[in-house]
Design a protein around this ligand. Sequence first.
Ligand SMILES: NC(=O)c1ccc[n+]([C@@H]2O[C@H](COP(=O)([O-])OP(=O)(O)OC[C@H]3O[C@@H](n4cnc5c(N)ncnc54)[C@H](OP(=O)(O)O)[C@@H]3O)[C@@H](O)[C@H]2O)c1
Length: 201
Amino acid sequence: MSTNDAMSFGTIGAGEVAQTIARRAIDAGHHVILSNSRGPESLTDIVTQLGAGASAGTVAEAAGADIVLLAVKWDQVPEAVQGVSDWSGRIVIDATNQWDTVRNAPLDLGDQTGTERNAALMPDARVVKAFNTLNMRLVAQNPSSRLVVFLAGDDADAKSTVSTFANSMEFAPVDIGGEQEGRLMQFSTGPLNSLHVVKID
Ligand SMILES: NC(=O)c1ccc[n+]([C@@H]2O[C@H](COP(=O)([O-])OP(=O)(O)OC[C@H]3O[C@@H](n4cnc5c(N)ncnc54)[C@H](OP(=O)(O)O)[C@@H]3O)[C@@H](O)[C@H]2O)c1
């Protein structure tokens, strides 16, 4: 990707998923703003480790990026997203999985998908489910493998932008449909869960 195509990429959460995708984004020439609940100062070591292209900010600052990654535990989502006053028009990658940490089991949301639940907490955000099916340890071990990233969401433009972003990081994006189709990606019940596929072009 040329420097002209560089995007700003904000992460809400700065754990395993955020750091793994941030690494790929930085290597592709994007600028990353990481955030967590404890404030930018707590991220100094992680930012130093990621190197040039990485910075730390508040949740609101991360959410101001061209693309925002939601990468907190399922039960942390409501508190994490409430720090942003206006979600309208923002492109959000939802990488979360609906896991009940108390029962240590997947949550049954009935007819609702995980992304529909999260999208309702971010009014008018353009949410794309992605990266949640991948094991981040394997992603980190295979930095340029054209690993397939499934995308689900109702906003075609947002999916197209996320697709371009994923391609720039040498993933192979595959659009599986709208928010409802996102159930195919759900952990641990969806058929695409934990499926690591490499695309041969
Ligand atoms: N690990 C994987 O391989 C993997 C793969 C696919 C999907 N997922 C899903 O992706 C999500 C993130 O997983 P993870 O493994 O990256 O979790 P993690 O390592 O526990 O990271 C969670 C991050 O969220 C931050 N956080 C917690 N509360 C917050 C708040 N209110 N506002 C902002 N940040 C907050 C935490 O930092 P502070 O506590 O310091 O705020 C931490 O940096 C989960 O839903 C998980 O199911 C994980």
